[in-house]
Design a protein around this ligand. Structure first.
Ligand SMILES: [Zn+2]
Ligand SMILES: [Zn+2]
Ligand SMILES: [Zn+2]
Length: 351
């Protein structure tokens, strides 16, 4: 009768793991791989490392991966930002980015703490619609999920599909983000929009800087926007951007304009400009940007590029509050203050 041991039932991978755990060099191996911080798919480098004396250029030590390192390789974290690819590296990136953005808003890491008083805005910029998709809308007041696409006068698309979905989709429902009619949905525009979204953002930052000119003339300073932004995919597979945008005064480097300042200095804007003023400027600048893509090589077709109608731009929590009394608007600036909120109870029924 054949005898079987536990090790016979283990996979190749598990057997290697056991061998490693029982090895005399386990501690050395753990120290060697610790720098990858748990990376799932570290890059394996082979070759030699020279230690060079800085002043003389003389090589004082050489280590070869093949002979001097466990496994014969040097492990380096993959550094991928996507949690779907490498959760530990994505987490390192997320934590680094958080610290960087926090420093940009409140100071630290070489940035003066005075930036906490600068007007700053949290903006969310999304793509326009390329056709109706299944979605999940939650009423923020009641927490109830609304039907996906309710239409009183439901219409049929040219392909005969009723553009209606009465379901209240669960959070991870597989149809979320899928078009109601795959043939109506403008897939080409969707793909092109993702491809050109970076250029749309670049032009938006230019528009913001241009929009600052009336304030520059009014206050006699040079202004600039500094930002940190992240791109995320929505359910429908379209990119959207979240950006924290801060307003700074550009240091003077022109002797003709007055005393020259440190070009790296981060200077506070005039105290009259509030976070709300800046949020309105960012929203207006983003809404004003549009362009046509280069013609597609085969057909010469171009696609319009602009943001969707829902541009969210609000003063960040660190932004300086509005001062009183309210200052008059700059003379060259159209006044587009938001309307005061309606008194409670004035909403139309069902609204
Ligand atoms: Zn990794
Ligand atoms: Zn639906
Ligand atoms: Zn259709």
């Amino acid at each position: 009768m054949p005898t079987s041991t536990i090790t016979d039932e283990l996979s190749h991978h598990e057997r290697r793991l056991l061998r490693r755990a029982g090895s005399d060099h386990l501690n050395q191996w753990l120290t060697h791989t610790a720098s990858t911080r748990g990376c799932r798919r570290p890059v394996r480098l082979t070759g030699s490392i020279d230690t060079v004396e800085r002043d003389t250029g003389r090589i004082i030590d050489t280590r070869h991966t093949a002979s001097d390192m466990p496994d014969g390789v040097l492990y380096v974290p993959c550094g991928d930002r996507r949690a779907s690819v490498c959760p530990p590296c994505a987490e390192t990136y997320r934590a680094d980015t958080y610290q960087l953005i926090k420093a940009g808003l409140t100071g630290g890491k070489g940035i003066p703490t005075s930036v906490a008083g600068h007007p700053a805005v949290f903006a969310t910029l999304t793509a326009p619609s390329f056709g109706p998709v299944h979605s999940r809308k939650v009423n923020p007041r009641t927490g109830k999920v609304a039907p996906c696409h309710m239409r009183r006068n439901a219409i049929r698309c040219p392909h005969g599909k009723l553009l209606v979905c009465t379901q209240r989709h669960t959070e991870n429902h597989p149809s979320l983000g899928r078009p109601l009619c795959l043939d109506c949905y403008d897939h080409a525009h969707h793909v092109v929009w993702n491809c050109w979204a970076g250029e749309l953002w670049r032009r938006t930052t230019q528009a913001m800087n241009r929009a600052l000119r009336p304030w520059e003339r009014l206050y006699g300073v040079k202004l600039r926007v500094s930002y940190g932004k992240v791109a995320e995919y929505q359910r429908r597979g379209v990119v959207h951007f979240h950006a924290l945008i801060r307003l700074d005064v550009r240091p003077n480097i022109d002797p003709k304009r007055g005393p020259v300042q440190d070009p790296d200095a981060i200077l506070a804007p005039p105290a009259d400009i509030t976070g709300q003023d800046f949020a309105e400027l960012v929203a207006r600048a983003a809404a004003s940007v549009s362009f046509e893509t280069h013609p597609y090589a085969d057909t010469g077709h171009t696609w319009p590029m602009h943001w969707g109608p829902q541009i969210a731009s609000a003063p960040s929590a660190t932004s300086a509050p509005a001062r009183s009394p309210p200052k008059p608007s700059p003379p060259t600036w159209p006044s587009t203050r938001p309307r005061p909120p309606k008194p409670p109870g004035s909403h139309p029924p069902g609204g």
